[in-house]
Structures are given as C-alpha cells and as structure tokens.
Ligand binder design. Structure first.
Ligand code: GRF
Length: 197
C-alpha cells in the first residue's frame, strides 16, 4: 500500500484530484495518510476532513523558526511512514535536509511547461500573467521531482494547451488547473510503476 502525504497551502483542488483518483480506482493500492498544510485556513483541510483524512498544520504561525518547522515536517512525514510526498499548491520551499531525506519520493505540480515560467517568483497567477505578457501560444502544467532547487527537478509528465486569443491570467489559470487535475494522478501512476518505495 502506497502511503501518500499531500502538502498544501490553499484550495486543495489538486489534493481533491488525487482523493478522487484513489476513490475511483485510477490509482490503486494507495492511501493518503495525511494532508499537511502550511496554512490553518486552507480549504484543502476541509477537503481532507470530509474524506476522513488526517489534517496537520505546520506553518510559520505554528513554527516561526524555519529550521524547527522543517524538523516538524520531517517528523510528521516519518510518523505516518510516508512513501510519497505530493506538493499540491504547497507554497513554502522545502529545506535541503527534507529533500535529501525523501530524495526521489517528492513530486510537485507546477502550472507551466517547465523549464519555462518556473523558479523564484513564478507561482500561481504570476505564472499565467508572464505567459500571456510574453505572447506565448501555448502553456500547460508539469509534475516534476523535487530536488534542492525551486521547480528544478526531473520532469515526470507535462501536458500542453493553446493560449486562446481572449485569454487573461484567470481564464488561462482555470484551463491549466484542469490539466493539473489530469496529470497529477497520472504522475502518481508513473511513480508507482517505477516500483519506488
Ligand atoms: C495550482 O495551480 C498548482 O499548480 C500551484 O498552486 C495551485 C494549487 O491549487 N502550485 P490547489 O490548491 O491544488 O487548488
């Protein structure tokens, strides 16, 4: 049984996509053992609660010291014998110690075609704004391994879409989000198929 910890900060629609993919059998032999949020107000925690999934809040409010917060994150992940960490809209950068501890077992969903529009400062709406301002004809989403950089790990899967003439950052974000919900569960299947544990 693949034990998945999902780390969130916001609405949790990508978390919901993984929950639904397990419920509908697309992802087999897996369970979400906890949702760790950096934000006590994250709606993602509501989604977890509704599905009887443990919610844990480990954020700047609870642990102002970054090193201490990182120790708490590692403890929480280990406590549930996590095999796979999914960053689903998690807005904090993971410290190298945690990345090392879970090397090859942390994946992140990013709303652009990495290596474009990623890294420092490229998150949420800023990504789509940059894509539109640059006059890009296409965009999309990517799931990649998390390494010590920001959005710099090996790509697992990505899917493209066309930027429509009338698109603004909000309309583009909404269409990219739909792709995210499709490729994130697929990324879990790819990870499982590699027999990782
Ligand atoms: C998604 O667009 C994801 O790509 C980005 O943050 C957003 C999270 O959305 N990292 P949600 O919380 O999963 O709805």
């Amino acid at each position: 049984m693949l034990r998945i910890s999902v780390m969130v900060s916001g609405s949790g629609s990508n978390l919901q996509a993984v929950i639904d993919s397990i419920d509908n059998g697309q992802i087999k032999d897996a369970e979400i053992v906890q949702v760790i949020s950096s934000n006590s107000e994250a709606f993602a925690l509501e989604r977890a609660k509704k599905h009887g999934i443990k919610g844990v809040v480990i954020g700047k409010q609870e642990f102002p010291d970054e090193e201490e917060r990182n120790v708490e994150l590692i403890k929480a992940l280990k406590k549930e014998n996590t095999n796979l960490v999914i960053l689903a809209g998690y807005m904090n950068i993971l410290k190298p110690e945690l990345v090392k501890e879970f090397k090859g077992r942390i994946i992140n969903i990013h709303p652009s075609l990495i290596p474009k529009y990623c890294g420092e400062g490229f998150y949420g709406g800023k990504v789509h704004e940059a894509v539109i301002n640059a006059g890009e004809k296409e965009s999309g989403a990517t799931v990649h391994y998390v390494d010590e950089g920001i959005d710099s790990g090996e790509v697992i899967i990505q899917e493209k879409l066309f930027v429509e003439p009338g698109d603004n950052p909000e309309s583009l974000a909404a269409r990219v989000l739909k792709i995210e919900h499709i490729i994130l569960p697929k990324a879990v299947l790819i990870w499982q198929s590699k027999g990782e544990k």
